[in-house]
Design a protein around this ligand. Structure first.
Ligand code: GTP
Ligand code: MG
Length: 307
């Protein structure tokens, strides 16, 4: 048989990773990228801004868009966070819907499905049943069916564990398959659009969230004041952790500075893994009264509901 010289068309597109808070979206993003670029914590509502993870091969450019889970509070921060998720859904060529395989769909899941079907009704959806490592087979099957039933058109399903990285090769194959033909939007070497200093800020905030309890994780914001390579192999970072009220400051610092020290240790480990360099991290704690409703401060954080 004569060899076909027809080339397989190059595929590309934006894949919005959506799902309720804590579903494992950022864990999946980091696992697919093979390196940490998103902040992760065991607490829900860790991600606040959408972030790209770009995977380029000679066949395709898969542009993952990590999004925040939807927030129900009515402060300006929550509105801005929801805007981030909505923009990602609107602009997506493909939606990757992350479900927790261990639990039945919640109201938040139905809300997300409504959002997708109203903002981007044409988009194809792939359903990822995540945390499959924790789920019993019966539970997984029952929950999977319930998730599929949320959609007008039953989506393709992949069972994965973002944490244990199982099922990811199959997932990637399905994502690539479902993408449209398209151009290479970004240089092959580019893995994200964010600057390292912004990723560092997210990692510091995720580390703070992981070390704080009750409402405090949600009262924290981080700004990086300096991010510089002072010598050849070490990055110097000076960052401020902001809280909403004076009384919260002492809790973040902790007895004898123990808490802030632990936050620094966790954040440094993540930033070093992200940057591939040693990190010297200098942290302080500041009060910015009611910053969640302070539009100017939210802008400084790169968040705004007016996009
Ligand atoms: N056992 C298990 N845990 C997982 C898996 N994927 C994520 N997790 C854990 O779930 C928690 C939340 O993960 P994230 O990746 O921050 O979740 P997210 O969906 O990005 O959450 P938000 O940013 O708050 O919307 C972390 O403690 C992860 O380690 C998985 O496949 N199995
Ligand atoms: Mg996240």
């Amino acid at each position: 048989m004569p060899e076909s010289n027809e080339k397989t068309p190059f595929k590309s597109g934006f894949i919005a990773i959506v799902g309720k808070p804590n579903a494992g979206k950022s864990t999946l993003m980091n696992a697919l990228m093979g390196q940490p670029i998103a902040g992760i914590s065991a607490k829900p509502q860790t991600t606040r801004r959408r972030q790209l993870g770009i995977l380029t091969s000679d066949k395709a450019q898969i542009i993952l868009v990590d999004t925040p889970g939807l927030h129900e509070s009515k402060d300006k921060l929550s509105l801005a966070i929801n805007t981030e998720a909505k923009i990602a859904v609107q602009d997506a060529d493909l939606i990757l819907f992350m479900a927790d395989a261990n639990t039945a769909p919640a109201t938040m899941d139905s809300k997300l499905v409504d959002l997708i079907e109203s903002l981007n009704p044409e988009a194809k959806v792939i359903l990822a049943m995540n945390k499959a490592d924790l789920a019993s087979k019966t539970n997984l099957e029952k929950n999977q069916q319930a998730y599929q039933d949320l959609f007008a058109e039953s989506p393709q399903v992949v069972r994965i564990s973002a944490l244990k990285t199982s099922g990811l090769a199959e997932l990637l194959e399905n994502l690539q398959e479902a993408l449209p033909e398209g151009p290479q939007y970004y240089e092959a070497e580019q893995i994200t659009e964010d600057f390292e200093r912004d990723i560092a800020a997210e990692m510091i905030r995720a580390a703070a969230m992981g070390n704080l309890e009750e409402e405090l994780p949600y009262s924290v914001a981080v700004l990086v004041n300096e991010y510089s390579e002072r010598d050849t192999d070490k990055i110097y970072i000076h960052a401020s952790i902001y809280v909403e009220r004076e009384a919260q400051k002492g809790i973040v610092i902790g007895k004898g500075g123990q808490k802030i020290k632990q936050i620094g240790t966790d954040a440094r480990r993540d930033i070093e893994a992200m940057s591939g360099q040693g990190v010297f991290l200098d942290l302080n704690v500041k009060v910015k009264k009611d910053w969640k409703d302070d539009e100017r401060f939210l802008k400084q954080l790169g968040l705004s509901d007016k996009k």
